[in-house]
Design a protein around this ligand. Structure first.
Ligand code: NAD
Length: 476
């Protein structure tokens, strides 16, 4: 049985109810979490406020940095344990789960070093004035986290907020929160004061909603679906609470005929099968210059056919989807493809060892997906790649920009001038040229445009979002 983590203590929910924790690899219940309530959120916010007023805001930036660094080191000692927890909770193959735990180490390392480097400015102004700007913490920040990368999203969101001088009330996904409850214990063990990190588990429409509505929350960092992002934005608007929204994507991989295909194809595959396609930045649309379209799809199809899907602990190319309803969602998209006569080029194989009760989906490559079909417009959040061809650069740009999203784009070409033109013309928060994701570095600001959200997380840029600027003008 798992409990909320409030004030450095395990905290039973006032609901007296639990939510089962299911292993996606076999569909079996293996643990229980608390079904939180608005009262639990209120207790967490009170505890965090007290921490902020009495301890956290009194620490020097260097002291905060040392605490974050101690947490990074402690997590580093526990990466294998955390990876195993996340593997069971989310169905992540071992390599992915380990990469996520190591990313968490790096997030806290990076933000530890950033604490004492966040500063304001002095501004030239009228004679007789001195004008300063200060970056001040919001205070108590709320963090609503999805299930696809709990540790990574906690690292970038909570790490940045703490570094900027805030304390955090965290609402992880009801589908994946075990690793974060353990990280909170590790934070306590290295000396984090009670209330600096509080975690309340439960359903989004109950605790997530209560968190977004609570007047004691000074800033909300939301990562999740566009639908819930809209709700959060509306709720926060009632009290003018600032929000950062990291939402979905339908990101294009754009391949020109002069691209280095040996470099591109493994990344095209990885970008759609990593985490079973349940990645906000999944490269889920493949746009290929028509002269190489057929040959490229033949090559890619062969690779797709060789992809193996199975239980997380087998550490194959692809693990299970998070839950039965997600599997059903992917099936619905694929049956729509059939109805629309969209051709399937290839599918990977689900291994015999995969239990029938697990939530498996073979990676699927589709061709000539019409640009307005929902497979080319909506986030599937599964390992399904929708491909289409283009005749020239203008058409590539038009197709790339033809969705409501704007999170990531990959552009593959050897032509330097075209690289820059494409980077300018494609509407998205990130453009990766001859790579995809740039290794996911914490140093690189990350966020969307259009319905992919606004505000930036990661990098130093995130710290600006986790602070508010105060202008101080002194007349001498
Ligand atoms: P989701 O929107 O269903 O849930 C996200 C979080 O919001 C969960 O903790 C959930 O409990 C909570 N929630 C649900 N309803 C709520 C409500 N009414 N009020 C407050 N909180 C509520 O998303 P998900 O299915 O967990 O995650 C997948 C989505 O997240 C995808 O759309 C994906 O693209 C997106 N995502 C975006 C990024 C990014 O950086 N842009 C990263 C990861 C995931």
């Amino acid at each position: 049985m798992q409990y909320h983590f409030i004030g450095n203590e395990a905290h039973r929910s006032t609901s007296g109810q639990h939510i089962p924790v299911i292993d996606p690899s076999d569909g079996q219940v293996f643990d229980q979490i608390q079904r939180g309530t608005a009262d639990d959120i209120a207790a967490a916010v009170d505890s965090s406020r007290h921490c902020y007023e009495t301890v956290w805001s009194k620490l020097s930036a260097a002291e905060r940095g040392r605490l974050l660094m101690r947490l990074s080191n402690k997590i580093a000692e526990h990466t294998e344990e955390l990876a195993l927890i996340e593997q069971r909770d989310c169905g992540k193959p071992t390599k992915q789960a380990r990469a996520d735990a190591l990313a968490l180490v790096r997030y806290f390392e990076y933000y530890a070093g950033a604490c004492d480097k966040l500063h304001g400015e002095t501004l030239p102004y009228l004679d007789g004035y001195s004008v300063l700007t200060w970056r001040e913490a919001h205070g108590v920040t709320g963090h609503i986290i999805p299930w696809n990368y709990p540790m990574q999203i906690f690292g970038r969101s909570v790490g940045g907020a703490l570094a900027a001088g805030n304390v955090c009330v965290v609402k992880p996904s009801e589908d994946a929160c075990l690793s974060l409850l353990r990280v909170a214990e590790l934070a306590r063990s290295v000396g984090f004061p009670a209330g600096a990190i509080n975690i309340v588990t439960g359903f989004g429409h109950e605790v997530g909603d209560a968190l977004a509505r609570h007047p004691g929350i000074d800033h909300i960092s939301f990562t999740g679906s566009p639908t819930v992002g809209t709700i959060i934005q509306q709720v926060a608007a009632q009290r003018h609470c600032p929000v950062t929204l990291e939402l979905g994507g339908k990101s294009p991989q754009i391949i020109f005929a002069d691209a280095d295909l040996d470099a591109a194809l493994p990344m095209v595959i990885n970008a759609i099968v990593q985490n079973a396609g349940q990645t906000c930045s999944a490269g889920s649309r493949l746009l290929v210059e028509h002269s190489i379209y057929d040959a490229l799809l033949a090559r890619l199809g062969e690779s797709f056919s060789n992809l193996r899907v199975g239980p997380a602990a087998m550490d194959l190319d692809v693990g299970p989807l998070i839950r039965a309803s997600q599997q059903q969602r992917v099936w619905d998209f694929l049956s729509d493809a059939q109805v629309a006569n969209i051709a399937m080029v290839a599918q990977g194989q689900i291994v015999d060892e995969a239990p029938e009760t697990g939530f498996y989906q073979a990676p699927t490559l589709l061709r000539d997906v019409p640009v307005h079909h929902r497979l080319a417009q909506e986030e599937v959040f599964g390992p399904v790649l929708a491909s289409m061809s283009f005749r020239n650069e203008d058409e590539a740009v038009e197709l790339a920009n033809a969705t409501k999203f704007g999170l990531v784009a990959g552009v593959w070409t050897r032509d330097g001038a075209r690289q820059l033109r494409m980077a300018r013309r494609v509407k998205s928060g990130q453009v990766f040229i001859n790579n995809y994701g740039a290794g996911g570095g914490v140093e690189l600001p990350f966020g969307g445009v259009k319905s992919s959200g606004y505000g930036r997380e990661k990098g130093f840029e995130a710290l600006y979002g986790f602070t508010t600027l105060k202008t101080v003008a002194i007349k001498h």
